[in-house]
Ligand binder design. Structure first.
Ligand code: ZN
Length: 446
């Protein structure tokens, strides 16, 4: 039901199902209104919360940057929702959601997903400060059951805390333009950081390109490109990218090496529109940003990066593209490198992985063995959709690069260690330190 409905349409649908003119209700999308007006009787399941009362009125919406939810129906203090698939190609499903609950404080609402489970291994993430900071609710917050129709269901209780008027819930801690701006505000006057615009997105948004380290191209030994959000839902990758920038600016030996010899070019949002709109981005129709490295790219961000790559040529010593994997299971439970099909690049990935394992300090423990060789698990030619990935492009654009790699960073749990904003940043700082050490050994490109 309603698989392709936008967030605005979902609100209209709620009003439409009410059975009265929206103005008569006066509370479009409010749970108590629907319960009183329109819903047929349901067989109560363990996921549901009964006893609708006017005081329990609540509203679910996604009308803010990064928001994504389809509200399927509401009864009492139970709401059935699903991730909005929007532009995802048919027959693919992805799990990103982010919604806001507005309700009287300390009045729980049961949030139910049915059919497919978009709740990760540490449950949903919650924010009570308007989306700036997040924490995992934990796996114990999630209940599983079967609905009246026999379909599996997963639910948790959402609740506005005392003294607040809203709470936000998401598949993982989002990282939006507002988070980047907050980080930039803290580093505004740093002499080794420059904020530029790569290009304007299709919707006209500026796509940030940050330069950090040795900003004098005539003096630097080379350029390191780090990107994230080719798949816009993969927010933990951008927390790591932020950490990598911090390593470049840090007052330590690795930071000094960076600023003396290497320039980091960081593009946090390769799908800027998708990040702000709250899209899935993975399997975006007709192809997603990470399959757009073709002769005539669809997306301005990709075309602009390819053009920069042509201009920079052999100055580019490293291309590192950060991603997040699937929800759970082997290889989705750690940070790992995706092995290249070309042996010489595969060897360089493994060499860098050994350096990262040696210099890391953060709580997420990367293991050098966590390099997924080409041909294993999902990393095989039969799994390659049409188009060309950023890494495949970079291997051909920068054949003499010291490293071209794609890293997957688990959303919630890395071999027992919690992945959150802080631990993902620490992994990024480890990546920055490892790059300094690796490049010192590999030498410059010119
Ligand atoms: Zn990805």
């Amino acid at each position: 039901m309603m698989k392709s409905m936008s967030k605005r349409e979902s609100i209209r649908w709620i009003a439409g199902r009410c059975g009265r003119a929206a103005g008569a209700c006066g509370v479009i999308g409010w749970g108590a209104c629907l319960a009183a007006c329109a819903e047929p009787a349901l067989v109560p399941g363990p996921a549901q919360r009964e006893d609708p009362t006017p005081a329990a009125a609540f509203r679910i919406d996604a009308d803010y940057p990064g928001g994504n939810i389809v509200v399927e129906r509401i009864q009492g203090r139970t709401v059935w929702v699903a991730p909005d698939q929007r532009d995802t190609v048919p027959n693919q499903w992805w799990f990103y959601f982010s919604f806001r609950l507005r309700a009287p404080a300390q009045t729980p609402v049961a949030v139910v997903f049915t059919g497919r489970n978009p709740l990760g291994v540490r449950g949903p993430a919650v924010s009570i400060d308007g989306g700036a900071h997040w924490r995992w609710m934990g796996a114990g917050a999630v209940r599983s059951s079967r609905g009246a129709d026999g379909r599996p269901a997963w639910s948790f209780d959402a609740e506005v805390p005392a003294g607040a008027s809203e709470a936000r819930y998401a598949f993982c801690p989002p990282y939006l333009e507002s988070h980047l701006k907050a980080w930039l505000d803290r580093h505004r006057d740093h002499p080794n950081l420059a904020v530029e615009t790569l290009v304007r997105s299709r919707a006209g948004r500026p796509v940030e390109m940050l330069r950090a380290g040795c900003l004098d191209r005539s003096r630097s030994a080379g350029v390191v490109i780090v990107t994230s959000r080719h798949h816009c839902c993969e927010a933990m990758a951008t927390y790591a990218l932020e950490g990598c920038l911090e390593a470049v600016l840090a007052d330590d030996e690795a930071g000094r090496q960076w600023r003396k010899a290497w320039e980091l070019v960081a593009i946090p949002f390769m799908d800027k529109d998708g990040v702000e709109a709250g899209d899935q981005g993975k399997y975006r129709a007709p192809h997603d940003h990470n399959r757009d490295y073709i002769d005539a790219p669809l997306y301005p961000e990709v075309a602009a990066l390819m053009e920069r790559g042509r201009r920079w040529g052999d100055c580019v010593r490293v291309f590192l593209d950060l991603h997040c994997p699937h929800i759970r299971g082997e290889w989705n439970d750690r940070a790992y490198f995706v092995g290249s099909p070309e042996p010489e690049f595969w060897e360089r990935e493994k060499a860098f992985a050994a350096v990262l394992e040696r210099v890391q300090e953060g709580p997420i423990r990367f293991r050098a063995e966590d390099c997924l060789a080409y041909g294993l698990a999902w990393n095989r030619s039969g799994n390659d959709p049409a188009g060309r990935s950023s890494s495949a492009w970079a291997r051909s654009a920068f054949p003499r690069a010291a490293l071209v790699a794609s890293m997957e960073i688990a959303y919630a749990d890395a071999l027992g260690i919690e992945v959150n904003a802080e631990s993902a940043r620490a992994l990024g700082r480890d990546l920055g330190r490892a790059l300094a050490a690796y490049l010192a050994a590999a030498g410059g490109g010119r």
